[in-house]
Structure formats: C-alpha cells, structure tokens
Design a protein around this ligand. Sequence first.
Ligand code: ADP
Length: 482
Amino acid sequence: MQIRQILKNPELFCEKNFVNGQFFTKSHKIIVQNPATQEAIGEVPNCGSEEVKSAIEAAQVALNSWKNFSGKERSKILRRWHDLILENLEDLAKILTAEQGKPLLEARGEIAYGASFVEWFSEEAKRSYGDTIPAPKQNQKIITFLEPIGVVAAITPWNFPSAMITRKAAAAMAAGCSVILKPSELTPFSAIALAYLAKSAGIPDGVFNVITGDAEVIGSEFCQNKIIRKISFTGSTKIGKILNSRCANDLKRISLELGGSAPFIVFADADLQKAISGLMHAKFRNGGQACTCVNRIFVEEKIHDKFVTLLVEEVQKLKLGDGFESLTQIGPMISNAAIDKVEKLVKKSIENGAKCEIGGTKIEQLFFAPTVLTNITPEMEIAQCEIFGAVAAIQKFKTEDEVINLANNTNYGLGSYLYSSDNSRIWRICEALQFGMVAINECSFATEVAPFGGIKDSGFGREGSHLGILEFSQIKTIHISF
Ligand code: ADP
C-alpha cells in the first residue's frame, strides 16, 4: 500500500527527521513495516549521536526564548497544534494503522485522545501557579514560582505511537521546556506527522524535535548529555531501570511509565454483563498490547463457569484482521518476537494444566487468535509476566482476603480493575490494592483530566491532569525583606 495515496495531505507521511524547524534525511535508514502485511511502508533516518547532539543544542537555544513566552502565548500556539491534529485526524489515524496495525476505529480514538492532552496542557500553560507563603518575620515575603526544568528528552513506545507523545510533549512545552522526542523505531511516522503539524501550528524552531535511530545510541546520549535535564520514558520496566540508573550520574529528573500486570477482579455480586463488556475492552483493545491491559483475571468461584461461558461467547465474535478493514476489531501483533512470546506462554500454560476455552494459536503471520484460558494458577509464568497479547487468563478465588493477596502478588503496580456492587467491599479493596490506578465498575483510565501512572516496577511520575505539568517544572523560592 502506498500510504501517501490514501491521505488528504500526503505531506503528513514524511520519511525525515525534524530538528530546529527543518526536516532532514540521511543515507543510513531504518525500514518500517506494516505489521498486518509485513510490507515495507517507508524508511526513516537512522541517526547517531552526532545528530542527537545537534538536536539537543538546537533545543537548548530554543529553550532560551520559549521559556520567556507568557503562559498565554504558549497556550495559543499549543491550541493551534491541537486544532490541526483534529483537522487532520483521519490522515493521522491512517498513518497510525499503517505502521502499528490497530483497527482504524481505535486509531481515530487514539488521535482524539492524544489531541485531548494538547488541549488540556494548552489550558494548563496559563495556570502554572506558585505559592505565597506566610513569612516567619515582619517585613518579609516568601513566594514560589514554577520554572521550566530545561531541555527534555522523551522516549515513546510503539503501542500508542501518537498519544504517548502528546501527553509528554504538550505538558513539557506548556511548562516552557523544549523537547527532543525519540519515538519507537517501529512506529516513527505518527511522530513525524505530529512534528509537521507542530511546525504548521507555529511552535518555534527547536522547541519540538524528532529523531529516529538506534535506541541504545540515542538513549545513551540523552542520559549522558548534561544539557538534558529531564527524561520522560514510556516503555518496558527493563529499559526504564537502565535509564533510571544512567540518569543518576548527573541527577537528571526522570519519569517512568513502565509495564503492568493489571488484575481484573469480579465478585459474584457484580453486574456480570457490565463486567464482561468491561473485560472485553480492557483486555482486548489494541490486541492486549497496552500496559494497562488486563493481565490476570480473578473470578469468584460461585460465578466462574457462568462468567467463562459469557466471555467465550463475546470472544467468539471478535473479528481479527487488517486494521484497514472496516469490521476488524483486533489487528496484528507488532512483531515476530511479540507473537512468539505469547504463543509460548499459552503453550506452556496448557502443558501445565490450563484449559484453552477458545483460540490458543497463531493464525498466520502476526495474527494471534483471541484466547481464553481457565485453570490458571498463580505459579504459572502467564500469571507472573506481562502477557501483552489477546489472551484472557482466568483464576478462581473464594474470599476477599485471598483475592487481595493474589492481586497484589506482583512487582508491578499500574492499573487494576474491580467489579462489585457492595460499597463497603469496594472501599476495602480499593484501599488494599497496591496499584497507582484502580477502576471500579469501569474499564478505562484514558482521560487527560486524571493523573496516569504507577508504583513499584511500573515506575513513577504522573502524566495528564493538573500534575502533568509539574513533571517538567522546578520550583524557585524567593525570600524578600523590605
Ligand atoms: P517494548 O519492549 O515494548 O518495545 P522498550 O522499552 O524496548 O519496550 O521500548 C520503548 C521505547 O524505548 C522505544 O522507543 C525503544 O526504542 C526505546 N528503547 C529501547 N531500548 C532503549 C535504550 N537502551 N535506551 C533508550 N531507549 C530505548
């Protein structure tokens, strides 16, 4: 497929990098594939540390003027970026589906969700308040204000190639920071399209930059370059820990949004239909490839069999296919490594006593059949690692204490889900769950107005909400005598 031919504005599909307001290319390239067809859709520069260094220097120069823009001035420019993203939603969604594989409907949702962060932070740019603190002495005043932390490096993953960018970059730019973004090498075109629109919106040269290339090389330069004052990372716990330790050297601030192992707890008193539809969304959206996707399902023994029957009925209806086909609900997995991992996990679970109720196999290329496994036990590997695929792995429980222990028995601590109609129980469990986010009779955390983030091995820092801008700000305290 020639992507440019299906876009209203073919320039949005750009095979270049963007630094200091200029698009450029390089002879050394990375080829990008459509995971649905495994065809090459285009190529992007494979930049090394030289290009990263010059991007960082450009961002430093840009910072000096951008930080002096008033909040209102920054707000207006970010708002234009938001408006352009929405005006180009259809094209951006097509680029996203072509490089990532998710159904076009989900891609449209992601673009709108990503735009909501730009809108939110365009508003927050005007509300970056400090404090007035009652001073201990007469004739003294103490005030604080927020300053931008400096040049920011953002590293984003392939599972949400657009929204993970805006929720970092819009917050950073609202705070007055300049940004160098390294998107995933698997899905760079959504990032470059956002850069094209950032330029059209009038974001000054050097304030938003996009570099593609070898992750290790770029990541190392980000960590060791003293100009970078903050790294904002979304990706695996393994890489997050490496970046965290490298940032210790010159005490760079870092935010880490890492892996998860979300429990999904259903009590017999829950509205079962609501729980099933919540699970279908929280387990199977993006083909199960999200850090907040349900990873471990705990169903009260009394309703287990009925729940499984209802779930299998729904899973049977899921339509797997190319994201560009209108009926598709689940697209391909991102890579051979990803599908091989899921296939092995399922096989091993069955060998160890799990029962496959539906699915269980790879269909072709990167397509894995939506799967339901029962008889899962906490010792199985599938109950301990992040599945990151369309496999619903179900365990039974009898008591509240038992399920709290099971749910908390993980190093991860990002999202968690609970379905029950008993208010006392809801509050007890909500307090006991060791996760950054708890959804009760709800199946999504996706909103720009609420803080998003985890604890333990799921990282630290919060994105979105009124807190998001603080991740890119530092406090200056002023003491004045008169
Ligand atoms: P996943 O396993 O889901 O792909 P990763 O943590 O490997 O998660 O990737 C998330 C992001 O981190 C991607 O942009 C990837 O290129 C980047 N990345 C991978 N390895 C490194 C590294 N050593 N340093 C910096 N960034 C990295």
